[in-house]
Design a protein around this ligand. Structure first.
Ligand code: ATR
Length: 271
């Protein structure tokens, strides 16, 4: 049987086993997919143990995506740009690292929410690991401009510098966001975890597609965007399923259909 899993800490909440078992059913493939809790200081040991017991692929979630990057011997372009790995494949004893988060977001926006990114002005709020992970896949879709606004301005400027070759990214402090509407607003801060609302100018989301990378509840950002007359408001559940589909494809070379799985999770888990 093909042995997969997801390593994180905490890991109890993970929906990945359910998602991957649904994908496997689509192709009539038997897989195992387990949740693996790793001690924070022992990612490599946990990963090595999983591989030595027959694991051929695994996902990596918080707080280990940077550890997984160092653990990988061969990195995809998306993983290199993200500086983090969320999917590892073991083949012939070689460890391949990929990052499907950004493409997962792009696929959710394009396939499920029917939005195009080309020529769009996109504001990303936050400049941490989540933002770094989505920048290249969004830039690959040729938007007009990406604005990065962060509480700590220097961090957004650092990202602008890292992605300067594209000539399309600019950065500033979160307090410098203008009230002028943009096409797409992405909340990539960790504020949705603790329920904090960002202080955003009125009119920013008017007519815009507003996307929160978090899933599991209607976040304060989503509530605010709805009030500010956003055209579309979404949480990150679709991104979660799409990034999983890309991992599944990376491991098994098969592209699962995702919409029924997104709907199933909404029904069964009540998201
Ligand atoms: P992740 O990997 O999820 O991106 P991170 O690297 O810790 O996590 O980044 C968290 C992001 O949320 C950062 O951009 C952080 O802003 P700072 O760089 O200024 O710390 C942002 N963030 C967290 N709490 C915030 C708050 N209350 N208001 C605004 N931004 C916040």
């Amino acid at each position: 049987m093909n042995k997969f899993g997801v390593i994180g800490n905490p890991i109890d909440h993970s929906l990945s086993p359910m998602i991957h078992h649904e994908f496997a059913k689509e192709f009539d493939i038997e897989i195992s997919y387990e949740k693996i809790l790793s001690p924070v200081e022992a990612f490599n040991l946990t990963a090595e143990k999983f591989i030595s017991t027959g694991g051929i692929g695994f996902n990596i979630t918080l707080p280990f995506k940077i550890n997984a990057y160092s653990f990988s011997k061969d990195l995809t372009e998306d993983a290199k740009a993200a500086g983090a790995v969320n999917t590892i494949k073991v083949d012939n004893n070689k460890i391949y690292g990929e990052n499907t988060d950004g493409k997962g977001l792009v696929n959710d926006l394009e396939k499920n929410l029917k939005q195009t990114l080309q020529d769009k002005e996109i504001l990303i709020i936050g400049a941490g690991g989540a933002t770094r992970g989505i920048l290249k896949p969004i830039l690959d879709k040729n938007p007009e401009k990406i604005l990065i606004a962060n509480r700590t301005k220097e961090k957004s400027l650092r990202l602008v510098n890292e992605f300067s070759e594209y000539g399309k990214v600019c950065g500033f402090g979160i307090d410098q966001i203008k009230s002028k509407p943009v096409d797409i607003v992405i909340n990539a801060t960790s504020t949705s975890i603790d329920g904090t609302m960002l202080n955003l100018p009125k009119g920013l989301c008017e007519g815009a597609v507003c996307y929160d990378l978090m899933y599991g509840s209607v976040t304060p950002f989503m509530k605010w965007a709805l009030k500010d007359s956003a055209l579309v408001v979404s949480d990150g559940l679709g991104m979660l399923v799409e990034q999983a589909a890309l991992s599944f494809e990376f491991w098994l070379g098969k592209k699962p259909v995702t919409l029924p799985v997104i709907n199933l999770i909404k029904e069964t888990v009540g998201l």
